[in-house]
Write a new protein. Structure first.
Lengths: 121, 150
C-alpha cells in the first residue's frame, strides 16, 4: 500500500494519541475535540482501507491476504469502538482509552504495511 | 464505596479486551473461513482466544456480581492459556505451524496477551477489596444481617 497514506494515518493517529494522553494527564475527560480527532483518524483509515480493497480487486494482492483483510477490518473498527468506550467513561480514564485507541491504530497500519510486503517485518 | 469493575481504569481494560476480541476474532474468522485445512488447531485456538477476550470484555463491563466471577474465570483461563501455549510454542515449534495470539507468550502482540490477564486479575482484586475488606463495613454488615435474621 501507498507509503504516504500509511504515514498520514500513523501521524494523525499519533497526534490524537498525544493530545488525548496529555488531557488524561491533566485529568480531563473526553470532549468534542477528542471525538473530532478520532473521526479524522477514522477518515484517513477508511481511505486507506478503500484504496487497499480497490487494489485487491484489481489484482494487486498482499502476500498473505487473509491476515491483511483481518487486520484491515480491525483497524477500521478500532476508532469507533474507542470513541464509544472513551465517551462512556466521563473521567480522565476516558481520555486514556482514546489515547490507547490511537496508539493501536499505528501498530495496525505498520502490520498492514508489513503484511502487504512493502515494509520489512 | 464498592466500585464496579467496569468503570474508571477498569474501562481501559474493557477497551483493550475489546480490541483484542476484534483483532483476534477478525483474523481467526477470516483464516477459519478461507484456509481452515492449513492449521486447524492454531486457527481454532485463535478463535477460542478471541471468544474468551470478548466474554472477558463484556464481563468486566457488566455490573452484575456473577459477571465478576465470569471475568475472573476468563482472565485465569487466558493466563493459563498464554503460559501453556507460549511454552509449547517455544519448546515444540512444530505443534503450532501457524502463529496464534498466544504463541511465544504473545510476542507477536507486544506481550499484551501475557500482561492483560494479570492486569485483569489485579483489577478485579482491587475493585473487590472495598466491598469485603473494610473492617467497618464487614462488622457493620455482619451485625446488620444477624439482627435482621432474628
Amino acid at each position: 500500500m501507498d507509503d504516504g497514506l500509511a504515514y498520514t494515518v500513523i501521524g494523525t493517529s499519533l497526534v490524537v494519541a498525544a493530545f488525548s494522553g496529555l488531557m488524561a494527564l491533566l485529568g480531563r475527560p473526553p470532549r468534542l475535540a477528542h471525538l473530532v480527532g478520532l473521526s479524522l483518524v477514522e477518515l484517513v483509515m477508511v481511505v486507506y482501507a478503500v484504496l487497499a480493497m480497490g487494489k485487491m480487486f484489481t489484482g494487486e494482492r498482499p502476500d498473505a491476504m487473509a491476515t491483511f483483510v483481518g487486520y484491515l477490518l480491525t483497524a477500521v473498527l478500532i476508532p469507533p469502538l474507542g470513541a464509544l468506550l472513551g465517551w462512556a467513561e466521563r473521567t480522565r480514564w476516558g481520555s486514556v482509552i482514546i489515547s490507547a485507541t490511537c496508539l493501536v491504530v499505528p501498530i495496525m497500519v505498520v502490520r498492514l504495511q508489513q503484511v502487504w510486503g512493502v515494509w520489512d517485518g | 464505596m464498592a466500585e464496579p469493575a467496569g468503570t474508571g481504569p477498569g474501562r481501559v481494560l474493557v477497551a483493550v479486551y475489546g480490541f483484542f476480541a476484534i483483532a483476534a476474532g477478525a483474523r481467526a474468522g477470516w483464516q477459519l473461513a478461507t484456509r481452515f485445512h492449513e492449521a486447524p488447531v492454531a486457527y481454532l485456538l485463535s478463535a477460542l482466544a478471541a471468544a474468551i477476550y470478548l466474554v472477558a470484555a463484556v464481563a468486566l463491563a457488566s455490573r452484575r456480581p456473577a459477571a465478576r466471577r465470569v471475568a475472573t474465570a476468563c482472565c485465569t483461563v487466558e493466563l493459563i492459556g498464554v503460559l501453556l501455549v507460549g511454552t509449547i510454542s517455544v519448546a515444540l515449534p512444530d505443534t503450532f505451524p501457524r502463529a496464534t495470539v498466544w504463541s511465544g507468550f504473545g510476542m507477536g502482540y507486544a506481550f499484551v496477551p501475557l500482561v492483560l490477564p494479570v492486569l485483569g486479575l489485579l483489577w478485579l482484586r482491587h475493585t473487590r477489596r472495598p466491598a469485603t475488606d473494610s473492617t467497618a463495613a464487614s462488622s457493620g454488615g455482619r451485625g446488620h444481617s444477624s439482627e435482621e435474621s432474628r
